[in-house]
Design a protein around this ligand. Sequence first.
Ligand SMILES: NC(=O)c1ccc[n+]([C@@H]2O[C@H](COP(=O)([O-])OP(=O)(O)OC[C@H]3O[C@@H](n4cnc5c(N)ncnc54)[C@H](OP(=O)(O)O)[C@@H]3O)[C@@H](O)[C@H]2O)c1
Length: 318
Amino acid sequence: MGSTIENVKNKVLIIGGTGYLGKRLVKASLEQGHETYVLHRPEIGVDIEKVQMLLSFKARGAHLVPGSFSHYQSLVDAVKLVDVVICAISGVHIRSHHILLQLDLVKAIKEAGNIKRFLPSEFGTDPARMGDAMEPGRVTFDDKMVVRKAIEEAGIPFTYVSANCFAGYFIGGLCQPGKILPSKDSVLLLGDGNQKAIYVDEDDIATYTIKTIDDPRTLNKTLYLRPPQNILSQREVVQLWEKLIGKELKKSSIGKEEFLASIKGLDYAEQVGLTHYYHVCYEGCLTNFEIGDEGEEASKLYPEVKYTTIEDYLKQYV
Ligand SMILES: NC(=O)c1ccc[n+]([C@@H]2O[C@H](COP(=O)([O-])OP(=O)(O)OC[C@H]3O[C@@H](n4cnc5c(N)ncnc54)[C@H](OP(=O)(O)O)[C@@H]3O)[C@@H](O)[C@H]2O)c1
């Protein structure tokens, strides 16, 4: 009889495990009963927050594996310990952006030859659909596509996770760039505020990601995270907030041309972020396509996951 999702618990290596998403992946992997390995890069040195986080993972049963992107063999050795590799290396310019470092990891996975599934650092807009994206933000999608090409050329089994908008970045600021806390007075609508986007709690992103690693249905496919109640326009997000605080916000709006003009002259990292907002909030790049045969949708595959609705997510800010 073939193996089922229930009776196989693959061993997982998480790279970037102390990061914003990475720490949630470690937690979800341990919670879902996987033997979990976390790369411990010597470069973190005396970064006490990271060291203590790694120790807390160890206390919860994770194995810490020394390894570095500067020491190729250490990557090969780390990869040989497990069945599945998940990379959550940084890819947000306002923090840092190291997507292409994964090319060495791809090489290491190919050389190790034992990996049943690799999930590269994606977790956002599907880069395969962003061939016409604007400069300079397209670098994010271009780099992620370079990594995809290397994975596919190396014949490594993969799943790409298209997580759409991290709720913390988008919902906290009522979908306004540069804000991560909601005002109780006013909001700036991007365009007419009616373009639909998709928002996902970061812990749910991790839960769905770990759910999928043993699942044959997502092998060599993209897993799109589209929790149905979280497909909302900016106006709908604002309405949920207004209901929670019992007050209507003052609204102004910024048209497409004015928004694009406002990007010019900002520093590079801000420009990258704002062009992403442009594609999401003005062009609707997350919702303007149907998922085809190359993809699966997470809430349909894993209906048992009780995802956080945006209404509930917003309650923490009241
Ligand atoms: N859809 C969205 O709204 C959204 C928002 C944010 C991020 N994302 C995506 O999610 C993924 C993870 O982003 P994140 O914000 O969680 O990342 P992050 O916290 O900024 O960084 C993640 C990890 O990257 C590793 N790293 C950083 N600099 C490195 C270097 N020079 N060499 C080797 N490793 C380095 C570190 O790993 P150690 O633990 O080893 O120190 C760090 O913890 C990215 O692909 C990003 O594009 C999507």
